[in-house]
Design a protein around this ligand. Structure first.
Ligand code: FAD
Ligand code: NAP
Length: 320
């Protein structure tokens, strides 16, 4: 059965950005409705130790997200287990349709649908995710102190991650499928000059090698793209840095995007190209992609939405 609901603020997404936006919007008396999506709690529910969330020396990702959900609920957010399947931003109130058949109309929308790392798609990569395979050097680099690491990719992210990982690793091998990098020249210079970094050109990774008990990575099998010759590169950490895909399916034809598909916001705000639509978290952030920065942007989005709504003319009462 379909029904229609109106809300002042519709928040789409239940990661750190969405829940933080909800807490601030609820405390601003905006009675927000938050739709959780297919992954309630977002990306952090797919990891174990989170060691850089301020105030928690070590917290499990799923537990942290349950606490954020409870906090958002406690402040008065209505949290709905559903998926937004389409969104019309062409006129206000904005309209969102959900998988269960609800139509939401909203005076303002906060988009917090996150981003997903791209993966190579190897079964062995999947097997060792969380046991040596990662897509986040900032999150997991610390676990590879004094160990060898392999990074795959040739863009800014791969080069930045390789450089960052030298803080921990004894050696970092960057594997790239071509003979030149896509990354900015200044980053390339730093990479080539670094004594701990070696580049393996013209190679892809065809298998992640490891042990079963305990589960862990011991190396990667790299394959030369022209000769087909394989080389086993030893490592305990394998970082996949071949790009991220921001979750812009709902808005890609309606909002201005940049930097490879991220939602563009006006600098220093969460305002998108459509007034009344705000974006927060990994969806709009190709640089930091952290829980704490996403939460910070969630706060900004709620404050921006509150200011936007209070600047709107009050509707005239309909006379009898
Ligand atoms: P996400 O967490 O990606 O959440 C997106 C939300 O949008 C989800 O709830 C999803 O269900 C919802 N959604 C998507 N589409 C729809 C739709 N159509 N309708 C409704 N809802 C929708 N960061 C750190 O700071 N520290 C760490 O230790 C750390 N470890 C990590 C480990 C792993 C394995 C990964 C993958 C990431 C890690 N990160 C870490 C990064 C961190 O998780 C992200 O930066 C953060 O989760 C981004 O928050 P977000 O709210 O923008 O989006
Ligand atoms: P990216 O620029 O798209 O680079 C992805 C890299 O991965 C490319 O080198 C690509 O190879 C390689 N790759 C893709 N699929 C692969 C596969 N299946 N197997 C092996 N290699 C594969 O992604 P990004 O580095 O994450 O950057 C995304 C955007 O954010 C860019 O606009 C970037 O400039 C920006 N960014 C900026 C900064 C910064 O300003 N400091 C930092 C990070 C990111 P090819 O080169 O052969 O295509």
């Amino acid at each position: 059965m379909s029904d229609t609901r109106h809300t002042k603020v519709l928040i789409i997404g239940s990661g750190p950005a969405g829940y933080t936006a909800a807490i601030y919007a609820a405390r601003a008396m905006l009675d927000p409705v938050l739709v959780q999506g297919i992954e309630p709690g977002g990306q952090l529910t797919t990891t174990t130790d989170v060691e850089n969330w301020p105030g928690d020396i070590n917290v499990q990702g799923p537990e942290l997200m349950q606490r954020m959900e409870a906090h958002a609920r406690e402040t008065g957010t209505e949290i709905i287990s559903d998926i937004i399947t389409s969104l019309d931003l062409s006129k206000r109130p904005f309209t969102a349709m959900s998988d269960s058949g609800t139509t939401f109309t909203a005076d303002a929308v906060i988009l917090a649908t996150g981003a997903q790392a791209k993966w190579l798609g190897l079964p062995s990569e999947e097997k060792y995710k969380g046991f040596g395979v990662s897509a986040c050097a900032t999150c997991d680099g610390f676990f590879y102190r004094g160990k060898e690491i392999v990074v795959i990719g040739g863009g800014n992210t791969a080069v930045e991650e390789a450089l960052f990982l030298t803080n921990f690793a004894t050696k970092v091998t960057l594997i790239h499928r071509r003979d030149s990098l896509r990354a900015e020249k200044i980053l390339q210079d730093r990479l080539f000059k670094h004594p701990k970094i070696e580049v393996l050109w013209d190679h892809t990774v065809e298998e992640v090698l490891g042990t079963d008990t305990p589960p862990g990575v011991t190396g990667v099998r790299a394959k030369h793209v022209k000769t087909g010759k394989t080389t086993d590169v030893p490592c305990e950490g394998f970082f996949v840095a071949i790009g991220h895909a921001p979750a812009t399916e709902l808005v890609k034809d309606q909002l201005v995007l940049h930097n490879g598909g991220y939602v563009k916001v006006h600098p220093g705000t969460t305002e998108t190209s459509v007034p009344g639509v705000f974006a927060a978290g990994d969806l709009t952030d190709h640089v930091y992609r952290q829980a704490v920065t996403s939460a910070g942007m969630g706060c900004m989005a709620a404050l921006d939405a509150e200011r936007f709504l209070s600047a709107q003319p009050v509707a005239e009462p309909v006379s009898a």
